[in-house]
Ligand binder design. Structure first.
Ligand code: PMV
Length: 325
């Protein structure tokens, strides 16, 4: 549809269109311990993405947000205060100092599994912030985008550590310590992950709360577990920076045992990990909050199909294979 006025005096009309996207993410090392100040590593998962596409809207109608996957249309002016898409748009326009929203339609789509620790919320917010900035002729740095998305995350996830918005907005592997500037770092040699979904929803807030209560009741052994998990994250960063992929498998396996000791693995996650290892994976562990969500396995790329089949046989509801680096 061409919305340019057809009046004879209009000699030139440029209608702005823009597209922006952002990847999913998985936590590779350090979940839970990161809440207690130890480092964690998260990496982008580029095979799955959220995309926001802006088109000109009806003149005078303001900004309209469309969540295409769920068939929801949200005019910004009428959106409730707790709508996450509208909140992202409002915070972005405020940040950019744009008083009135442009007449445009932003359509959001995502292939990132929702509520499975893959950062789908952060990715959708990132795509919206970026496309909206482009629409008003501005751009946001990765750091600015990350900070904006963190504000949205805080509204919906209580006390997020900030790892999701950081890795998704920077689209790079990130070494993350709570309260410190995130450290994106290079990966010297790419490696392949299989990400297997248990199909079990496990709210992060509940699992984090359980760990906190156990730590409060008996801090010393939990501190030791967190220290060891932190040391693994540190060693893994070094290994990735020098391309020592072989070192990563055993580190994942050890991190898995520590997550079991923390009480955040589950029979389903353990079964998927065992199946992946038996089929040739170099290492495996739960990713994210645990008890459900995803199992990640470091795999030889040539064995991706075999290991994917083994994971499905062991109960995975979906498997994503992705290259990191
Ligand atoms: O499941 P996810 O990706 O939301 O990860 C939770 C990670 C925790 O370390 C358990 C909590 C956090 O805020 O970092």
């Amino acid at each position: 549809m061409n919305l340019c006025p057809t009046h004879a005096l209009v000699l030139y009309c440029e209608v702005m269109r823009a597209v922006a996207s952002a990847p999913g993410k998985v936590i590779l090392f350090g979940e839970h311990a990161v809440v207690y100040g130890r480092p964690a590593i998260a990496v982008p998962v580029t095979q799955v993405r959220a995309t926001a596409e802006a088109e000109p809207g009806e003149p005078g109608h303001g900004l309209v947000l469309v969540a295409a996957d769920v068939g929801l249309t949200v005019p910004l002016a009428q959106a409730p205060a707790d709508d996450p898409l509208a909140t992202t748009a409002r915070l972005t326009l405020d940040y950019l100092g744009v008083a009135s929203a442009p007449d445009a339609v932003i359509t959001v789509r995502s292939t990132i599994p929702i509520a499975s620790g893959m950062g789908s919320g952060a990715a959708v917010s990132t795509a919206i912030a970026r496309v909206l900035a482009a629409l008003v002729g501005r751009s946001l740095t990765a750091g600015e985008t990350s900070a904006l998305v963190f504000e949205v995350e805080k509204l919906y996830h209580g006390t997020p550590s900030g790892i999701d918005n950081t890795v998704v907005a920077h689209e790079r592997p990130v070494y993350f310590v709570k309260g410190e500037p995130p450290q994106p770092f290079p990966i010297a040699r790419p490696f392949t992950l299989a990400i297997a979904d248990t199909g079990i929803a496990s709210p992060t807030k509940i699992v984090v709360g359980d760990v906190r209560r156990a730590w409060q009741a008996n801090p010393a052994p939990y501190e030791r577990l967190f220290d060891r998990i932190g040391a693994i994250a540190q060693a893994a960063r070094q290994a990735m920076e020098v391309g020592d992929v072989a070192a990563l498998g055993p580190l994942m396996d050890e991190n898995h045992r520590l997550l079991q000791d923390l009480g955040v693995s589950s029979p389903e996650l353990d079964r998927l990990a065992a199946a992946a290892r038996a089929a040739g994976a170099w290492g495996a562990k739960p990713s994210g909050a645990g008890r459900g969500g995803n199992l990640i396995a470091l795999i030889p790329p040539a064995q991706a199909a075999l290991i994917g089949a083994a994971l499905q046989e062991a109960g995975a509801k979906g498997v994503i294979v992705t290259q990191v680096g």
